[in-house]
Write a protein that binds this ligand. Structure first.
Ligand SMILES: [Zn+2]
Length: 499
């Protein structure tokens, strides 16, 4: 199941998912040739093994501290940590000739795994691996295999019907060779003018951030200087990569669909292995250009902004007004990703992308106190039934949303569109700015899907990502005339002020 909590939580939604998963396990073992009694017993063994592994796994919020999740070990140390697992044999079999060290995220998990290897019968491990091979291939096999997996996934997402087949196949192509499709996408949807518009917007937002840092009352000058240096060094990647990945070694043929997918998986595995021992390729993109998403990578100190995130369905970029775009793209994407460089995790990396503290202690403490306010604010939200947002696990994203909205606004205030005050469709520039931001989160989610998101995702649901940051911003009250007693009013003493 998606993460450890599903094995232990007692709320109704989690219990339903657990039941469906156990049922699915049984179905798979029946289809693998076992009679119903044997299939049920095997399913139970695999489920028990997974439960023990889940118990040894960290909770979502415990993955946030990069120091606690970074343990560099040499091979000798690794062997000592997991005496039942032969690293040399494993590394040789997957094609690694030489390895000096490895980074282990959760040492206590590795210890538990080593114990399980020793105490769990080999037959149970074989069945565990068999099941996961079938499960991960189910979408590319016959319709019964596909539907069995789909019925289980309904308890996670609440989806009534599978996506149409052509859409699923397109998704699979995306996963296998997204950059090959991306070259076609940008030709059609992201021209040179758009690339220039958003590259310039990054610089306007970078300037706004610098001015904002200068005005902070809680940060000392020596930390500010380091913050400016880090900000200036953030690399921007806008639209699409300068150098495309070469998929010519990937063999696609008219044989079974599932084998094409497996070959693509092998291609990516080799692609990653080939990086071992070489300098980091700073040109590489971790998302394809047509992706509706973006990211900040702390160890490269870079923001990556695929063309897809700037696209508004049915609209040409040149027809979108600045007020809307500064909210839609400037705040929720560019400002958001830049702020990730200075959220609870990102701030721990320096300008060169190394995990190295550059903060004065007092400033770090001040930041922590302010982050606590946003944790408290988001813990209050209850998007489905009695399930709350996890303020701790989602704090980095919420800090980035709030920062993004403020930076987008600062930069927008310098444009003609803001200064002219001209209304469009009856809305003031400030109103259109906030509307543009909210537009990026237009979304319908089923209850099951929201319940899953609250457990596995470090992003709060879309509605909370709009309402949460906005109530902390004075201009939002000004734009819509919000007063004490209104639903969106938040006491000034409770409003979060970080960047
Ligand atoms: Zn983010």
């Amino acid at each position: 199941m998606p993460n450890r909590d599903y094995y232990f939580n007692t709320d109704e939604k989690s219990v339903n998912v657990r039941k469906a998963y156990q049922h699915y396990l049984g179905q798979v073992f029946t289809r693998l040739g076992n009679d119903s009694v044997k299939a049920a017993a095997t399913a139970d063994k695999v489920f028990q093994l997974e439960t023990r592994l889940a118990k040894a796994s960290r909770k979502l919020a415990d993955l946030r501290d990069p120091y606690k999740n970074y343990h560099k070990m040499g091979l000798a140390e690794l062997n000592k940590l997991t005496p039942s697992f032969s690293w040399p044999v494993y590394l040789k079999n997957i094609g690694i000739q030489k390895l000096d060290s490895a980074i282990i995220g959760q040492p206590e998990f590795m210890t538990a795994l080593s114990t399980e290897i020793k105490t769990t019968p080999i037959e149970d491990w074989q069945n565990y691996l068999r099941f996961h091979l079938v499960k991960s291939s189910a979408a590319y096999l016959d319709s019964t295999s596909f539907m069995n997996a789909f019925v289980y996934s309904q308890t996670l997402r609440g989806t009534k019907q599978p996506k149409l087949r052509w859409k699923r196949v397109l998704d699979a192509e995306e996963g296998a060779m997204g950059e090959a499709l991306g070259q076609l996408f940008v030709k059609e949807y992201f021209n040179e003018k758009a690339k220039q518009r958003y590259s310039q917007m990054v610089e306007n937002i970078r300037d706004a951030y610098k001015e904002r840092i200068a005005k902070l009352s809680w940060m000392t000058d020596s930390t500010k200087k380091k913050a400016y240096a880090k900000l200036a060094k953030i690399t921007k990647k806008v639209g699409y990569p300068d150098k495309w990945k070469d998929f010519s070694a990937l063999k696609i043929d008219r044989g079974p669909y599932v084998l094409n997918i497996h070959r693509a998986n092998e291609w990516w595995f080799q692609h990653d292995l080939n990086k071992l021992g070489k300098p980091v390729d700073r040109e590489e993109w971790g998302m394809s250009p047509q992706t509706y998403n973006a990211y900040y990578n702390p160890s490269n100190n870079e923001i990556v902004l695929p063309a897809g995130i700037f696209a508004v369905p049915g609209m040409k970029d040149e027809d979108l007004d600045d007020a809307f775009v500064y909210g839609y793209a400037g705040a929720s994407t560019i400002g958001h990703e830049i702020t990730h460089g200075f959220d609870d995790q990102g701030r721990q990396y320096d300008a060169a992308g190394n995990l190295k503290n550059w903060w004065q202690d007092a400033d770090g403490k001040q930041f922590g106190e302010r982050a606590k306010m946003i944790i408290r604010q988001f813990n209050e939200f209850m998007p489905v039934d009695t399930l709350h947002v996890n303020g701790d696990a989602t704090q980095g994203e919420n800090i980035a949303d709030l920062g993004g909205l403020l930076l987008g606004l600062d930069a927008f205030k310098k444009t003609e569109a803001y200064k002219s005050g001209i209304k469009i469709n009856g809305l003031s520039p400030l109103q259109r700015y906030f509307l543009g931001y909210a537009f990026g989160w237009l979304n319908i989610a089923r209850k099951e899907s929201l319940a899953s998101q609250l457990k596995v995702d470090v992003h709060a649901p879309a509605k909370e990502r709009v309402n949460g940051p906005m109530v902390n911003i004075p201009e939002f009250y000004e734009a819509f005339g919000i007063k004490k007693g209104d639903k969106m009013y938040r006491e000034d003493s409770l409003r979060v002020k970080i960047w």
